[in-house]
Ligand binder design. Sequence first.
Ligand SMILES: Nc1ncnc2c1ncn2[C@@H]1O[C@H](COP(=O)(O)OP(=O)(O)OP(=O)(O)O)[C@@H](O)[C@H]1O
Length: 409
Amino acid sequence: MSRSPSLPERPRLDLDPEMSEAERLSAIRQHFERLVAVNDELDDRLSEALDRREELKEEVEQLKNRNEALKTSSLYVATVEEVTDDGVVIKQHGNNQEVLTDASPHLDAEVESGDRVAINDSFAIQTLLDDETDSRAQAMEVDRSPDVRYEDIGGIDEQVREVREAVEDPLKNPEMFEEVGVDPPSGVLLYGPPGTGKTMLAKAVANETDATFIKMAGSELVRKFIGEGSRLVRDLFELAADREPAVIFIDEIDAVASKRTDSKTSGDAEVQRTMMQLLSEMDGFDDRGEIRIMAATNRFDMLDEAILRPGRFDRLIEVPKPAPEGRQKILEIHTRDMNVADDVDFADFAEKLEDYSGADIASLATEAGMFAIRDERTEVTRADFEAAYEKLESTDDSTTLPGHTDYQY
Ligand SMILES: Nc1ncnc2c1ncn2[C@@H]1O[C@H](COP(=O)(O)OP(=O)(O)OP(=O)(O)O)[C@@H](O)[C@H]1O
């Protein structure tokens, strides 16, 4: 920084008493001129200083703005693909641009492949996104002790038996399989229309085996950013390994494992990548320990056969809509805690619930109860069930109207 030149010296007036009048006047005049000169110089210096002050003020303003902009500027989200000696390879979400970059020095040692990170305009990694901001947490439902029991499931006794054999027995008595020399099924695929109890089956078996129930929706797996689907699959299996015994349940598996389409859009490629990750997790899972894998679909016809090969989902269990007897059982289950009037005949009523799924019957029972409440009664009568039936039949919503659900299997 340049130092400002020293101030001009203050002129002095030396008047000798010996001086003549004229000499004194001339000295005073000279002194006055010097004062004026110094004053002018000081004026100049002052105005220079004021200019400089203005300049500095402007500079401060600019720096303040830049600082604010830096503090508030948006960061972009990316996934770390690889940590190499030359830097970190990231893939930006949204545009999938791959970039070789660096992490801020304080993060250097922490960045790992697969991490979600925030990057700035120059692609430098600024923050590691933690689990809370991470969408992974939202995509999985983890339940240490689901509250569904086998007796809560009606009309699909045979399916319950099959699931127990394929999932419960290998968890409870693995030695039996070893002694007999057979491998338990690798994965169990439940297929059938919506609302028939597939999720209940998976929860009940987790409950019975004291296993943690970990559910992932296939639709969540494909909705995520590029690279995240396969990461989620990896996390799912890692989490299960941490929590064993565990039952992994992948709902709507058709979203990740449907037959290849011809189009080569990046979305499809991403779904394929997620499916490949799932297959490789299942293949590398010989030593599965206390983890069982279940999946469900309403679209069996759409599934890529690759996932049905031995060692993958090799036990298929169809879960259909219930027959009249099953419907009666489900009615009984869902009215267990209700005060049902004597005039209600479930066997008779179940006959007319043609094409109703378990979920439809559950909402019918709730509706019937609501009619009683509206009437300020605690007893639910035949008329309430009839009214609920009429209401459901007239609901113009294809997702709740029995028999109108769009699926194939
Ligand atoms: N067999 C059943 N017995 C008793 N209740 C049932 C049965 N099936 C369905 N329900 C009722 O419907 C609700 C939804 O069932 P669940 O989630 O198990 O169906 P799902 O087959 O997994 O459906 P989706 O394919 O839509 O996921 C259950 O919480 C339960 O109240």
